[in-house]
Design a protein around this ligand. Structure first.
Ligand code: AMP
Length: 400
């Protein structure tokens, strides 16, 4: 592997997360976050490896200015980690939606930018922001190669029966309405890592990855290829999430519009921002740290929300076991999957039919690579912390 420093950029509409990663040691040399870009009170946090976190409140009218500040921090006299921009060998950009245009990561060219733009319709909140981030970077680092890594790419191997909705077929032909799936970089990274942890061939493994964070999705990975995933055209489908509803009867939307005298847009906002465990807990919290505490204190709202969350995950595990005609390993990852033993136990209680027993001592660990099923379990259950930035850096180096 060629040694270089890779800047990984994850650009949202008003935020920008970054990490500078060395391609050989895979160490994070510096990382940080710009928030409230284009809004009053913009601020940046910056942490060089082994150094103190620094927070600066400074105007960032646009993403170009945010990236300029990031590059200044990385090359600065105080807290800087590289002497000049020439020491940044490549930039990897996380792109939310690649539609059917991208089944793999790709080096960014003008044509690639156009093809990403074509997918703006499919992710109107995310893709335009991702593009702004790329353009701003290209302006400031015109000679540095850049790579686009798509959240949807890993799922492009799904067969037609998994990605088609039961709609008139011409909606797929005319508008590309289909299941795409998200968190692909994480599902790919975690399923690869699971094969390594078990000492098995990736190409021979049937894995189910439960990426349980504020946004949450499950995927079925058979022989190294994604064959199904729970998020759909957008990240609203599938599991019950922090504030997103996940699956529901589509007729509920019109029903609620009539009852609440709201527009479709307003109800969709409820489904995205006021539903999930937040909605089920009566607006108590979308954060599983709060919910776990309340659950243990016997709070009926938290118990209801967590039970519904766990049940939905277990249902998807059952469905994906059927889709793959079996499963060798179930992986838990992301904020909740890595750090919440209670939810893992609650899901594990549904999995006896797979010959799974959870080892509660191993399961008590948080945030570490751990096998949490007992040695006798015929299907393995692993906790595998995800690392999307590292996965993006690896893809980037491989392509430049
Ligand atoms: P994510 O979107 O992956 O950052 O995950 C966010 C969710 O993970 C929230 O519900 C948090 O409560 C949960 N989470 C993150 N870190 C921890 C932790 N150290 N302990 C318990 N839960 C955590």
């Amino acid at each position: 592997m060629k040694e270089m420093n890779v800047l990984v950029i994850n650009c949202g509409s008003s935020s920008l997360k970054f990490q500078l990663i060395n391609s050989v040691s895979e160490e994070v040399i510096a990382k940080g976050l710009c928030e409230r870009i284009g809004i009053d009170g913009s601020q940046m946090s910056y942490t060089p490896a082994g150094g103190e976190k620094r927070e600066t409140v400074t105007p960032m009218p646009d993403h170009t200015q945010a990236i300029r500040l990031v590059l200044d921090a990385l090359t600065g006299q105080e807290g800087g980690v590289v002497k000049s921009l020439a020491e940044i060998g490549a930039v990897g950009h996380r792109i939310v939606h690649g539609g059917e245009n991208f089944a793999t990561s790709t080096v960014i060219t003008e044509d690639v930018l156009k093809a990403i733009e074509e997918c703006n319709d499919l992710a109107p909140l995310h893709n335009p922001a991702n593009l702004i981030g790329i353009r701003a970077c290209r302006e400031l680092m015109p000679d540095t190669p850049m790579v686009a890594v798509f959240d949807t790419a890993f799922h492009q191997t799904m067969p037609e029966e998994a990605y088609l909705y039961g709609l008139p077929y011409h909606y797929y032909e005319d508008y590309k309405v289909r299941r795409y799936g998200f968190h692909g970089t994480s599902h790919s990274y975690v399923s690869h890592r699971a094969a390594e942890m078990l000492g098995k061939e990736y190409e021979g493994l049937k894995a189910i990855v439960c990426h349980l964070g504020n946004g949450a999705s499950v995927s079925a990975v058979k022989g190294g290829k994604c064959v199904d995933t729970s998020m759909g055209l957008t990240p609203l489908e599938g599991l019950i999430m922090g504030t997103r509803s996940g699956d529901l009867d589509p007729a509920i939307i019109e029903f609620l519009c009539n009852k609440e005298n709201k527009t479709v847009k307003e109800i969709l906002n409820v489904l995205n921002k006021e539903s999930g465990v937040f909605g089920l807990s009566g607006g108590f919290s979308s954060d599983f740290r709060d919910l776990e505490k309340a659950y243990r204190a016997g709070d009926a709202f938290a118990i209801r929300a967590m039970k519904a969350f766990a049940y939905r995950v277990a249902k998807y595990i059952g469905a994906y076991t059927a889709a793959m005609n079996g499963v060798d390993v179930i992986c838990f990852t992301a904020g909740i999957g890595e750090n919440n033993p209670l939810i893992r136990t609650m899901i594990g209680e549904y999995l006896g039919y797979l010959g799974i027993t959870i080892d509660e001592e191993a399961n008590a660990k948080r945030g570490e690579e751990t096998e949490i099923s007992t040695p006798e379990s015929t299907t393995k259950v692993l906790v595998v912390p995800t690392n999307e930035e590292l996965a993006i850096a690896r893809e980037t180096v491989a392509l430049v």
